[in-house]
Design a protein around this ligand. Structure first.
Ligand SMILES: [Zn+2]
Length: 398
């Protein structure tokens, strides 16, 4: 059934009606015809493109269950060990909790995600099997790209590279990685294995890189060299890349054009405790840079709500942005920038016009900046012309 969104704002245009039919925006204007359509009064809410969250962990979350009491941990290795312990103690079921998270993300206005899935010597491919089922369950309602993620290392965990290869054959889309130098103590060794997996399968790469300062920069440079050598321009993502926020201005000015040229994307959760890649410097250099949730109430971290408006706020807050233009820039980092990474056509405010695939959300806010600053609850989420959530309730199957 067609849907008639009555009385929305699109940018500066107020009191607009939008007719959605056959998955696309079919008409916009005061004269759009509601006959035969489900009429939804939006009371002047601001219409936005839906959110794209290019880095979550569906298999780690405990959302919908009792809050976990986290241990005090200092390093990535300690957290990984703690998580493996929790996973066993809780007899964690990634299918149940992964489904919970997909539903929650729909409530937050998100329609497209990329999720990492742990592959290690304990769980082997069990999380992969579970999350592939989650993807099937929500096909058409939430688009899900999957990454085989070696949370406990590759060099330190013999057999994991082979399991990752098997995960790709099972339908996982992307090769993951983790701190080759700091976690695996073998920068070249881990990168060689990841790039070999990518070469053999044709899959892109998305590597977690928490390595600090000069160490991290050396790893980023090693990644750039491999992208060049293997012709993988536009197919490699570095998640976190903290080093880019921790090196000198001169070092940053030297590496950013290389990232732009090799079309290596950078993702950040705008973390609170460490410096991370600065928004203006990366975007000015033409680097594809997006904001992501990463962990959401899971065995790695108790933080996270999956709200991408909140992510835009955190990006703005941590960069000390106050003016409208930089706030708007943060919005592109949770919509059109990650959409480019996930190869989605136009997913910006400007792309809300007739013919656009109807991936939309709406918030009761006078303008975009207010939406970021106040983060009101979403009125609805629409994926390809179908409501996937309304008024704080997911319409996806439990
Ligand atoms: Zn992550």
């Amino acid at each position: 059934m067609p849907i008639y969104l009555k009385n929305v704002s699109i940018g500066e245009q107020r009191g607009v009606n939008v007719l959605v039919r056959d998955g696309v925006v079919a008409a916009i204007g005061t004269a759009a015809d509601p006959r035969g359509a489900q009429v939804v009064d939006c009371a002047g809410a601001l219409l936005l493109p839906s959110f794209v969250d290019a880095h979550v962990h569906l298999d780690k979350t405990r959302i919908g269950g009792p809050r976990l009491h986290h241990a005090v941990t200092a390093t990535v290795a300690e957290r990984a060990a703690n998580e493996r312990l929790l996973r066993t103690q809780l007899k964690h079921d990634p299918f149940v909790f992964g489904s919970n998270l997909v539903r929650e993300l729909s409530v937050m206005g998100t329609t497209h995600i990329r999720s990492h899935i742990d592959v290690d010597s304990d769980v082997k491919l069990r999380h992969v099997e579970a999350i592939l089922k989650v993807r099937e369950k929500y096909r058409g309602l939430m688009d899900i790209e999957l990454v085989a993620f070696p949370q406990s290392g590759i060099i330190k965990s013999p057999g994991v590279a082979e399991l990752m290869g098997e995960a790709l054959r099972m339908g996982v889309d992307i090769v993951g990685g983790l701190d080759p130098e700091v976690f695996d103590n073998d920068r070249a060794g881990q990168l060689d294995r990841i790039f070999a997996l990518a070469s053999k399968s044709g899959a892109p790469i998305d590597i977690h890189l928490h390595e600090p300062g000069e160490v991290g920069l050396a790893t980023i440079q090693a990644i750039v060299e491999r992208v060049k050598a293997q012709g993988m321009q536009g197919r490699v993502t570095i998640s976190h890349a903290y080093a880019l926020g921790q090196i000198s201005r001169e070092q940053l000015a030297a590496i950013l054009p290389q990232l732009a040229q090799q079309r290596i994307a950078i993702l950040t959760s705008a973390p609170g405790a460490v410096n991370f890649p600065p928004v203006d410097a990366l975007l000015d250099a033409g680097v594809l840079y997006a904001g992501v949730s990463d962990n959401i109430q899971d065995m790695w971290s108790p933080w996270g709500t999956g709200d991408q408006l909140e992510r835009a706020m955190l990006l703005a807050y941590r960069n000390n942005f106050r003016a409208d233009a930089p706030l708007q820039r943060c919005f592109t980092m949770v919509t059109e920038n990650p959409a480019k990474l996930l190869k989605l056509a136009g997913h910006s405010l400007a792309s809300i016009k007739v013919g656009m695939q109807a991936n939309l959300t709406a918030v009761p806010a006078g303008d975009l900046e207010t939406a970021i600053l106040q983060r009101p609850a979403r009125l609805f989420t629409m994926k390809a012309g179908r409501f996937t959530a309304r008024n704080g309730k997911s319409l996806l199957p439990a």
